[in-house]
Design a protein around this ligand. Structure first.
Ligand SMILES: [Zn+2]
Length: 190
């Protein structure tokens, strides 16, 4: 990582590789401890990724994912696609029903996925107001807005917003439900 941080200002691939390493390391149960050993290297790489995003590169989505990984947000770095046509499956925290969340070109809704009939009983998602966004959604949203990435910014407002369960009609936080359903094994027993 220190070597990649030296190379990254001149070489885009070095930054990409550093992002991939951070993502891979954070998948490991001790990953955060491993990365925390050299905070100044991570912070340099993070600044470089942020600078690169400001230049609005064609591969913005990927660099955005790299920035999330370098900032220790492994979970969202791995979860986020590009909000073009993302689907997440989360259990309703109230009744346990398996709820499909769509964020992207197919719409912004919660539904029950039926293999024959598609997504049925759709309910519109309730996006978070910008001032209500919890971290890290607030920071992610601000970064996307700064760089003119409306699709990502809107996707984040929906991901960190609320969904209505089609089965029991209770509303729940999409990000919280997704997070508790996808905790790394090491954290599940904590
Ligand atoms: Zn429910």
């Amino acid at each position: 990582m220190p070597r990649l941080a030296d190379l990254a200002p001149a070489t885009a691939q070095a930054l990409e590789l550093a992002g991939a390493i951070a993502r891979g390391t954070l998948q490991h149960p001790d990953g955060e401890v491993l990365l925390a050993g050299r905070p100044e290297v991570l912070s340099r790489l993070r600044d470089l990724a942020d600078q690169r995003l400001r230049s609005r590169p064609a591969e913005y989505d990927r660099v955005f994912g790299d920035l999330l990984a370098l900032a220790g947000q492994y979970h969202w770095s791995a979860a986020l696609e590009n909000f073009a046509d993302d689907f997440y499956t989360v259990p309703c925290p109230h009744c346990g029903a398996e709820v499909t969340i769509a964020i992207g070109a197919y719409g912004f809704y919660s539904a029950i996925r039926d293999w024959d009939r598609g997504d049925v009983e759709r309910r519109e998602l309730l996006p978070a107001q910008v001032e209500e966004l919890p971290d890290p959604g607030r920071w992610m949203h601000a970064t996307a807005v700064r760089d003119g990435q409306q699709r990502i910014a809107e996707g984040i407002r929906h991901l960190f917003g609320r969904a209505e369960c089609p089965t029991c009609a209770s509303a729940f936080s999409v990000a919280d439900a997704y997070t508790s359903a996808n905790l790394p094994p090491a954290l599940e027993t904590a």
